[in-house]
Design a protein around this ligand. Structure first.
Ligand SMILES: Nc1ncnc2c1ncn2[C@@H]1O[C@H](COP(=O)(O)OP(=O)(O)O)[C@@H](O)[C@H]1O
Ligand SMILES: [Mg+2]
Length: 201
């Protein structure tokens, strides 16, 4: 594959406006992904190297946005800002704000009422977050990180998603997308299995 090919992902294509890297250089998809990965690594160290407390990871509306900014803010100027454009995935742009708030409320409800066990809550959080698709890009990596921080905060190990530099080449990607689609239809079992690292062992 030619590296200059478009990032033909679910959403944002290869629009490089908003890129905070050197404006005088051109970057291909892999290079951008690499800078994003470096940025995300910093966020992983911040949140996952010790057990994140409620103060640093309160799982409220502001934290949801802040985490995206921490993961992508070195690379994109729209990091942490909810999109105002329509994508071919996710809820309508005018609903994003309300849906993110609702997710924060639902998460709080699930936890305080023990509606589901911790892995299922993480899977539901991940699925709902990515189904909303609040941002122009990075929604998948952000929603998996959210779930991982949740797991870690609640005494479990983060899920190993086999992230690689271009996730669409990941051999488990097809199964993963299928699991998300099944969750869309109310069947969370496949995603829970993956979220709990119970697959491919
Ligand atoms: N057909 C689909 N059904 C459900 N979820 C999908 C589908 N396609 C993509 N996704 C989710 O959206 C993510 C891609 O969205 P994107 O904003 O590009 O995130 P990232 O840039 O982190 O990969 C995937 O990782 C997956 O979580
Ligand atoms: Mg993407």
């Amino acid at each position: 594959m030619n590296d200059k090919t478009k990032i033909t992902d679910a959403t944002y294509g290869n629009d490089l406006s908003g890129l905070k890297l050197d404006k005088n250089k051109t970057y291909n998809a892999s290079e951008v992904y690499f800078y994003e990965a470096q940025n995300i690594l910093k966020a992983s160290i911040d949140y996952l190297s010790t057990i994140p407390n409620k103060k640093s990871a309160p799982f409220d509306y502001d934290f949801f946005l802040k985490l995206h900014k921490e993961m992508f803010g070195d690379v994109w100027d729209w990091a942490g800002k909810m999109r105002i454009v329509e994508l071919n995935f996710g809820v309508k742009a005018y609903l994003v704000n309300a849906e993110v708030k609702k997710l924060a409320d639902d998460l709080h409800f699930w936890k305080s009422n023990k509606s589901f066990d911790t892995i299922e809550i993480a899977a539901r959080l991940h699925h709902r977050a990515v189904a909303i698709h609040p941002f122009l890009n990075g929604n998948g990596r952000w929603s998996r990180m959210l779930a991982n921080i949740y797991l870690k905060q609640n005494g479990l190990e983060p899920t190993k998603w086999n992230e690689n530099l271009l996730a669409k080449k990941n051999i488990h990607r097809g199964d993963y997308i299928q699991a998300l689609k099944q969750a869309d239809n109310g069947n969370y079992k496949p995603l829970i299995k993956m979220q709990g690292n119970m697959i491919n062992k």
